[in-house]
Design a protein. Structure first.
Length: 395
């Protein structure tokens, strides 16, 4: 039996490579000599830059930049050279991710993507030809306004005075957008963005309503943030003459997608479509007898472009069964059966605290993977026995 494991990371807990290692250990517990291939899958979130750089034999560059709550942090981006072109890989989670926002300070009305813009400037200083940006695991909802400010864009009030955008709610103060100081080097660089294609900026399915609560927004704050992003979209439409409200990917990473389209001329891509150009995933899946994937939380959002459903989509093209290992099973998890996942298992063996779950996650992933494989083995044994009995009856 050829097993291929294609997990994503567990947000704020383990990156994809750590999850992959735990799953492989579980497979080896089941059978030390099992034929298993592990392919850690990145979705643009945590671990994106370092994984791409490792695969491309590049290097990691460290810089001090502005973190999501406005304080200086150490962050990084990657650089590699291929086909004569120098590419920078920027991971927004490494500079403005939810993991970088202390739990007692989680307020998406006030967090910023300014540091993402600072990383882009650092990449431009290195003479980059193209930039690949991963959007995922964000702790911000400022529509990419912070990024824009770092790159030279000014937001002006009714008196044409600059407004400091420290978070999404500050967008309500802006009446005009001035792009005359935008860094001119951006026009000579190709910028591609791996993002969740289903996320849009505004409306009932807009980023404030869908993701604001998990970033710490109260119902009242969700309404404020939704109004601020709608106002922001109106300013962009007035200034740039196009409507970002419902563009695919515009709501990625708290609306960073909209900011990247508007101010740096980026092209947004469904994250799996562009990432698979860097990781030859389909060829590996096609050779499997069974595929395992993983995600921190499996729920109604998973079928909308998240790694387990994308892995399942490829596996189903080749008629290969898929099992998902997950931290928690959330609302609407059963929708994943229709997305091609044949079975899913939570790693949590008993009621526990979040802190304890984070500490024990590697061990529990290992045990859950082993248990799932043992259940597969039981099914194979039953099928083999029935086949043998059928042969005896025929004789």
């Amino acid at each position: 039996m050829k097993i291929v494991m294609v997990p994503s990371g567990f947000k704020e807990c383990l990156d994809a490579e750590e999850v992959a290692s735990a799953m492989e250990r579980g497979a080896r517990r089941f059978n030390r000599d099992v034929d298993v291939e592990v392919v850690p899958m990145i979705d643009g979130g945590e671990g994106f830059a370092k994984t791409i750089v490792r695969l491309k034999a590049g290097k990691t560059i460290y810089r001090e930049v502005t973190g999501p709550i406005g304080e200086k942090i150490s962050s990084h981006f990657g650089v590699f050279v291929e086909n004569g072109k120098k590419t920078a890989v920027i991971e927004m989670a490494a500079v403005a991710g939810l993991k970088l926002v202390p739990r007692d300070r989680r307020d998406p009305l006030k967090t910023t993507t300014y540091g993402v813009g600072e990383l882009i400037l650092s990449a431009l200083d290195l003479g980059i030809d193209q930039i690949l940006i991963g959007c995922g695991d964000s702790g911000t909802s400022d529509g990419g306004a912070g990024l824009a400010q770092a790159l030279g864009v000014q937001f002006l009030d009714k008196n044409q005075k600059p407004v400091e955008i420290c978070g999404g709610v500050d967008l309500l103060q802006a009446k005009y957008i001035d792009t005359t100081r935008l860094d001119k080097r951006l026009s000579a660089v190709t910028i591609d963005v791996a993002c969740n294609w289903e996320n849009i900026l505004c409306g009932d399915q807009g980023v404030a309503r869908v993701f604001g609560p998990q970033k710490g927004a109260s119902p009242e704050h969700v309404e404020q943030l939704s109004a601020a992003l709608e106002h922001y979209a109106s300013l962009i439409q007035k200034t740039m003459a196009f409507d970002v409200r419902s563009l695919p990917g515009s709501g990625a990473s708290g609306g960073l997608g909209a900011g990247l389209i508007t101010f740096v001329g980026a092209t947004l891509h469904p994250r799996f479509d562009i990432i698979k150009d860097y990781i030859n995933i389909e060829e590996k899946i096609a050779l499997a007898d069974i595929v395992f994937t993983a995600e921190g939380s499996l729920d109604f959002q998973t079928p909308n472009g998240k790694i387990p459903s994308e892995v399942a989509r490829i596996a189903k093209k080749h008629n290969i069964p898929v099992i998902a290992i997950t931290g928690t099973i959330g609302k609407g998890a059963e929708l994943n059966y229709g997305a091609g996942i044949d079975a899913y298992f939570s790693i949590i063996p008993k009621p526990t605290s979040l802190e304890n779950a984070i500490i024990n996650a590697p061990k529990w992933i290992e045990y859950s993977t082993e248990a799932a494989l043992r259940q597969v083995a039981i099914g194979l044994a039953i099928a083999k026995r029935k086949s043998s009995l059928k042969g005896v009856l025929h004789r």
